[in-house]
Design a protein around this ligand. Structure first.
Ligand code: KG4
Ligand code: ZN
Length: 340
């Protein structure tokens, strides 16, 4: 039995979890800063890091208490090393290093996106080869994994991440931050009234969302100039159908080409109700590939997912050192760099 205490602070959630053998959650505490950032219309990095500093000790204490474990029973400390906001990451890194030093525990640095992928382990055991669609505020990636801890990015966004596009379009529609859940809700009342251009990319599995975002802006401006009221629900519907339509089509195309045993969804945008329905529907064409859509609480940022990923890193002997620093631009680990 391996018990890992995990810390996540890459953006605007301060989180701590205690995880047994990478799949049993003994505690999972998430303190969200959304209420504060909503006032500014988006995450303010300086404010985020200050709130992490204020909250981290209480969140860790709560995570340990709820787990019912003593520090003696904890085998290792894991933390998100990157990518993310440098000031936010720094707070989690310092907390993890302090705990590891005080209690003489090994330390495990984790890439945030591997956490999102391994969050699916809380649903059921993962099967390889596996394809992961990682869709969050900062990332849109198709990750091909022939084996455990073997990450190969076969498609990525050439400009904005899909979550970023949701947040920017929500701002145009006056829906506030975070935009994803607001558009998800409003689009349910929308009708197919507008047409937006379908984003194009050179590589089959790459994505692009900045042109679509600009098209939404231009459409809203054009309608205003013509003296027409823009229907926010219809525009939200149209944006969502266009953005998700392309995303799902390319994902299913990748599944048909690579033949994974499993397709898993990961990241905050995987909480989107329309995406969940669309992918389930389209994946009926490929019944030989199992689909996992994680519960909403494991889609958005949390520390349980960092603990799940850290357990795999532990099995591969991927420990860090106390002189490590936050790395806001950290690349996905791959076979050549640190896999055995
Ligand atoms: O994974 P996450 O919590 O943080 C990052 O690692 O970025 O993802 C946050 C992103 C935000 O852009 C947010 O608007 C989006 O996920 N999001 C959604 C939904 N819930 C969160 N996007 C679309 N529909 C949702 N229901
Ligand atoms: Zn995330």
């Amino acid at each position: 039995m391996t018990i890992i205490l995990a810390i996540e602070s890459s953006c605007d959630e301060t989180a701590c979890a205690v995880i047994e053998d990478g799949c049993r959650i003994l505690s999972n505490v998430v303190s969200s800063q959304i209420d504060v950032h909503t006032k500014f219309g988006g995450v303010v990095p300086e404010v985020a890091s200050r709130i992490h500093v204020e909250n981290i000790s209480a969140v860790i204490a709560e995570g340990i208490e709820q787990s019912g474990c003593s520090m003696e029973e904890i085998d290792a400390i894991a933390y998100t090393q990157g990518p993310g906001l440098v000031g936010s990451l720094h707070v989690g890194v310092q907390a993890a290093k302090t705990l590891a030093w005080m209690y003489h525990k090994p330390i495990i640095p984790i890439h945030h996106l591997t956490g999102h992928i391994y969050a699916n382990r809380f649903v059921r055991e993962l099967k390889y080869p596996l394809m992961a669609l990682v869709v969050s505020g900062g990332h849109t990636e198709l990750v091909w994994m022939k084996n455990d801890w073997d990450f190969n990015v076969i498609g990525t966004t050439t400009d904005d991440a899909i979550g970023e596009a949701y947040d920017k379009v929500a701002r145009v529609l006056g829906l506030g931050y975070p935009g994803g859940p607001a558009i998800d809700k409003l689009a349910k009342e929308g009708k197919p009234h507008y047409t937006l251009p379908v984003p194009k990319t050179q590589n089959d599995f790459d994505f692009s969302f900045s042109g679509l975002k600009t098209a939404v802006l231009q459409l809203a401006d054009r309608e205003k100039r013509k003296g027409n009221e823009v229907d926010p629900a219809d525009l939200a519907w149209c944006f969502q159908e266009t953005a998700l339509g392309g995303l799902v089509k390319k994902t299913v195309q990748a599944v048909k080409e690579y033949h994974p045993a499993m397709l898993v969804l990961a990241g905050g945008v995987a909480a989107n109700s329309r995406l969940r329905v669309m992918i389930e529907e389209e994946m009926k064409e490929v019944p030989e590939t199992e689909l996992i859509i994680p519960p909403l609480k494991y889609c958005t940022d949390n520390a349980a997912m960092i603990g799940a990923s850290a357990y795999v890193a532990w099995q591969h002997g991927l420990f860090g050192t106390l002189d490590a620093a936050a790395d806001p631009g950290l690349e996905m680990p791959c076979e050549e760099t640190d896999c055995s």
